[in-house]
Design a protein around this ligand. Structure first.
Ligand code: 0PR
Length: 396
């Protein structure tokens, strides 16, 4: 650390320098991320609440009210029954880890203490690595089962994987690397038959699926209206268009979280179930603000725009000879023999895509900041990076 403090202007200059090295959402340069430019109202709310801490909410009753109102909005969005509850968290990872911890606690309570086998979690091979973290932290066995041709969990394989040591089944509604949607109703039935909880990882899909019908698409059953769904992860900091960090875990029965509650004697909560102690209030205020400002109508419009842009860009890619796949959401994969080289090439041209080495592709996620105009400029560069062609051969 420097001995003498630097003048404010120099610190700010250094910060601006560092920031200028970053790629930007606002210029649509970042095309492979699942995060997005926060809505202006979310930015403003985060600024207003930047010093607040939900680890000790007695000091911030206004913010505590916003958190409870926001969780009520989410619970309504996922068709939660009366009495359901939720936690505002730091993102999808925390949501999935806590869901696994709750399932393990339920399993242990039923099984009793004593020497037992390692509980397992049944999930598709497409599961986000947050489940590997959960398995490592909680000493669980992650049973990743194969998928069908649309990269949804293979039901027969899921059924075969469930045994007496299973503590949780997981459905993913919007897989990280493909945007596939597991059949939640069928998995809910499987969970119910085996008296197991079903966790839905809707980190991505949670802010898309509720708005599909108004976006002119067929509804997909995915939420607590489906029997067997015990918990749902959904992230305001992805398609919720809020600031980072912002995640949530919604739980049908508050008793599910009770074994995780830790008494917190020196702060103004009685007990906490989440991982964080000091917890940023800014994310809650931002998520509340963007939800209030957009309302259902605003999210309908956002989802419609992202899905229509995705469809149009997919067709454009196909017309230009690219091999494109991806599920029914806003995730597109462009296949190539060398995803890392394509990523690097595009990076030099000012575009950031992510790689999906497992599927031999680069990933584009049409998030709210990704405009049709930017994708139009990006297309020739993508074509050139994937299969070098003279730019005048590009069809728009
Ligand atoms: N569940 C699913 C289905 C996810 O896709 C993700 C993250 C998570 C859980 C974990 O969420 P958190 O990262 O909020 O803990 N999926 C994105 C991904 O790995 C995260 C991401 C976001 C990656 C922005 C890159 C990026 O630029 O693709």
């Amino acid at each position: 650390m420097n001995e003498k403090g630097l003048p404010l202007v120099r610190v700010l200059d250094a910060l601006r320098d560092a920031r200028s090295e970053d790629f930007s959402y606002s210029e649509s340069e970042v095309l492979g991320s699942m995060c997005t430019a926060p809505h202006e109202v979310a930015r403003e709310a985060a600024r207003l609440f930047e010093e607040t801490n939900l680890g000790d909410p007695g000091h911030f009753p206004g913010l505590r009210r916003l958190e409870s109102e926001y969780l009520d909005m989410l619970l309504e969005l996922v068709s939660a029954p009366e009495g359901a509850t939720g936690l505002f968290l730091s993102g999808g990872t925390e949501g999935n880890v806590i869901a696994c911890a709750a399932a393990r606690a339920r399993f242990r309570a039923r099984r009793g203490k004593g020497p037992g086998s390692v509980p397992n979690v049944v999930v598709s091979e497409e599961a986000h690595f947050s489940f590997d973290k959960a398995a490592r932290l909680l000493d669980l066995e992650l049973r990743r089962v194969p998928v069908d041709e649309e990269r949804r969990i293979d039901l027969a394989a899921a059924e075969a994987a469930v045994d007496d040591d299973t503590c949780l089944i997981v459905a993913i509604t919007g897989t990280t690397e493909y945007g596939a949607i597991d059949p939640v109703e069928r998995l809910g039935a499987l969970a119910t038959t085996h008296d197991l909880p079903l966790h839905v990882d809707a980190a991505l899909g949670g802010f898309i699926l509720p708005f599909l019908p108004a976006a002119g698409r067929a509804p997909i059953p995915w939420d607590m209206a489906v029997e067997g769904v015990a918990s749902i992860t959904m992230d305001p900091h992805k398609m919720g268009q809020s600031t980072i960090p912002g995640g949530s875990l919604l739980v049908r029965d508050p008793a599910y979280l009770e074994p995780l509650l830790i008494e917190t004697p020196y702060v103004t909560t009685k007990a906490q179930a989440g991982v964080l102690g000091t917890r940023p209030g800014a994310g809650v205020a931002a998520a509340w603000a963007v939800a209030r400002h957009l309302g259902r109508e605003g999210y309908h419009a956002l989802v419609t725009r992202c899905l229509e842009t995705t469809d149009r860009f997919r067709r454009l890619c196909e017309r230009n000879g690219l091999n494109v796949t991806g599920g029914p959401l806003n995730v597109l994969l462009v296949h190539t023999s060398d995803p890392a080289a394509v990523q690097e090439d595009l990076s030099k041209r000012g575009w950031r895509v992510n790689t999906v080495p497992r599927l031999g592709a680069v990933r584009i996620v049409v998030m709210p900041h990704v405009t049709e105009e930017a994708l139009g400029r990006f297309l020739p560069e993508l074509v050139a990076a994937v299969a070098p062609l003279p730019p005048n051969k590009v069809t728009s």
